[in-house]
Design a protein around this ligand. Structure first.
Ligand SMILES: [Zn+2]
Length: 293
């Protein structure tokens, strides 16, 4: 993957967006790859991506749920160990300086929350909790993980391969042996994330849309905008005549509406952007200097 450093001219161009007023930010999987979380839609893994689980199948098929939770039990520790990177941290600094209207993320890894972003909409939910499909009660994923591993010691001890999306590749036999953990009411558990074929709850969309509508511009970081739940914010900004900048590796479905495209490492680019805007405010209005000294 091309993780080149940004050019000074690119950082300057991004900084000029902030000169128009507070910026709305939308992030996707690309911001978390530098934390070691694979981006299954990224250029490197696109060809290997498998069919994602569908909401309807998960709800109606005990076998689909068993397959999900078996693979997820083995893949979760890697996600849980991931820590926010420079990009997450830079967005916190920009927010704390009052330069953002808010942050909308398509990621379910919880890293923006962990980094300390306050005004945040996790559009697709978060893996940190599970929800019961029968009674609606939520369970922290860390507690569920302990219960899952206690029920399935042989599977935990087995060897397996991690797929590009971070879940484990498992044979049908191993999945058949897996013992799921249910809610205390006996109902089946689902990770509290939005699956394919499932709608983002309307109040959540409206909250995110309000952040984008308050923005003098929209900055997309690390998303190919492959799904409409993210792309709609680019369409909304474009419709209002608000500039859209996209910082991500590879083509996106929003490119036609972008006035600025930067294909560079998100962590380093956002860090330099924050330094330019916060560390040396005088330099940001004179783009031919980098404000040394
Ligand atoms: Zn329940």
């Amino acid at each position: 993957m091309n993780l080149r450093a940004p050019l000074a001219v690119e950082v300057d161009a991004l900084a000029r967006l902030f000169g128009r007023g507070p910026v709305a930010v939308l992030t996707g999987a690309g911001i978390s790859t530098e934390s070691g979380i694979p981006d299954y839609r990224g250029p490197e893994t696109r060809r290997r991506a498998r069919n994602p689980i569908q909401y309807r199948e998960f709800v109606k098929s005990p076998l689909a749920r068993r397959r999900y939770w078996a693979r997820s039990m083995l893949g979760f520790p890697r996600i849980r160990r991931a820590r926010p990177n420079l990009g997450h941290d830079a967005l916190v600094r920009l927010e704390q300086a009052g330069l953002l209207t808010g942050l909308v993320t398509q990621n379910v890894d919880g890293l923006h929350t962990e980094a300390g972003s306050g005004d945040l909409v996790e559009l697709h939910g978060a893996l940190r909790e599970a929800v019961c499909l029968a009674c609606g009660a939520t369970t922290p994923r860390d507690a569920l993980q302990v219960a899952l591993e206690a029920q399935n010691p042989d599977l935990v001890a087995s060897t397996f391969e991690l797929a590009p999306d971070g879940d484990a590749d498992l044979s049908d036999e191993r999945i058949a042996q897996f013992q799921p953990v249910d809610c205390t009411c006996g109902g089946p558990l689902k990770p509290n994330v939005v699956f394919f074929g499932e709608n983002v709850p309307r109040p959540r969309v409206e909250h995110a849309m309000a952040m984008v509508e308050r923005g003098a511009s929209l900055l997309v970081v690390g998303s190919s905008l492959a799904v409409y739940s993210g792309l709609r914010f680019v369409h909304a900004a474009h419709k209002r005549g608000v500039p859209v900048a996209i910082l991500t590796i590879g083509e996106t479905r929003g490119d036609a509406h972008a006035m600025l495209r930067v294909e560079a490492a998100a962590g380093e680019t956002l860090t330099r952007l924050a330094s330019l805007l916060l560390g040396d405010a005088a330099a940001s209005t004179h783009s031919d200097t980098t404000g040394q000294g």
